[in-house]
Structure formats: C-alpha cells, structure tokens
Design a protein around this ligand. Structure first.
Ligand code: RB5
Length: 147
C-alpha cells in the first residue's frame, strides 16, 4: 500500500502526527508537503495529491487543511477524485464503503491526533461495497458531462 500525504500550513501539524504514525507502523507513504507552518494555498497541495492518486499509483491520499473543507473542495475539482472530509470513525468507514473515496480529508484545527488516526485506521480497514458502484458510475457520468 502506498499513501500520499498533503496539507497546507493549517494541516501541517496534524500531517506530522500522521507521518509519525505511518513511520511507526511501517506503512509506505510519500509526503507531498507542505513542510512548515508558513502560509501556503491548499489548492496546490490538493492538486499534487490528486496527481499522486490518479497518475502515480498511490492507493489513496490523506489531505489536511484547517477545516478539511477547502482542500476537499479543491481536490474534488479533479476528475476521478472522490475526496471525503471526515470527522468521525463512522464517516471514515462509510466514505470508503459507500462513496469509494480515494482521498480522506481532516481538519487540522478541528481534529486531534488520536481522532485522525482512528479515522485513518477505519478508512484503511474498510472495503468499497460493490452495491454502490452504480452511484459511483453516475458521479463519473456527471464528470463526463462537465468536461
Ligand atoms: C487557512 O487559514 C485555512 O483557511 C485553510 O487551511 C482551510 O481551513 C480552508 O478550508
């Protein structure tokens, strides 16, 4: 498994916690930045993580900004990305099972390290349910209409 990590400055401290967790558990990941709390723009990091998932063979991405909202909105502009901002373990599981989310987003200013790790574990343990595929196909259909 290969995970892409990306955040803006507001998500950076939580990204560092996720990094440590992945290192401890020997999970393969690449950190696409940002690398400090200096102010940056979350769409740049959403785009970079999207490229990692769609073009570089990463299984999924964990993305973070202050709320998890802005970076999700930006990521969801990329055709093929289904980014879910999640705030509890059940949502993290359902994002994978029902929505086949290929990115989960956390709010770095809203979420503790423990909460984020519990959500990440729930997402990783979950399996996309086939019965929802027709809805995913309809989402893809909407993308095709737009572009
Ligand atoms: C940055 O201050 C903040 O606006 C950003 O991280 C995010 O929360 C936007 O949705």
């Amino acid at each position: 498994m290969k995970i892409a990590l990306a955040s803006d400055h507001a998500g950076y401290p939580l990204k560092e916690e996720i990094r440590s967790y992945l290192e401890e558990h020997k999970v393969n990941f690449t950190d696409f930045g940002t690398y400090s709390t200096d102010s940056v723009d979350y769409p740049d990091f959403a785009r970079r993580a999207a490229r990692a998932v769609l073009e570089e063979g990463f299984d999924f991405a964990v993305i973070m900004c202050g709320t998890g909202i802005g970076i999700s909105i930006a990521a969801n502009k990329v055709k093929g990305i289904r980014a879910a901002p999640v705030t509890n373990v059940e949502l993290a599981r359902l994002a994978k099972e029902h929505n086949h989310a290929n990115m989960i987003a956390f709010g770095g200013r809203q979420t503790t390290k423990e909460e984020a790790i519990a959500m990440l574990e729930a997402y990783m343990k979950a399996t996309p349910e086939e019965r929802h595929q027709k809805r995913i196909d309809k989402i893809t259909g909407i993308e095709e209409e737009q572009r």
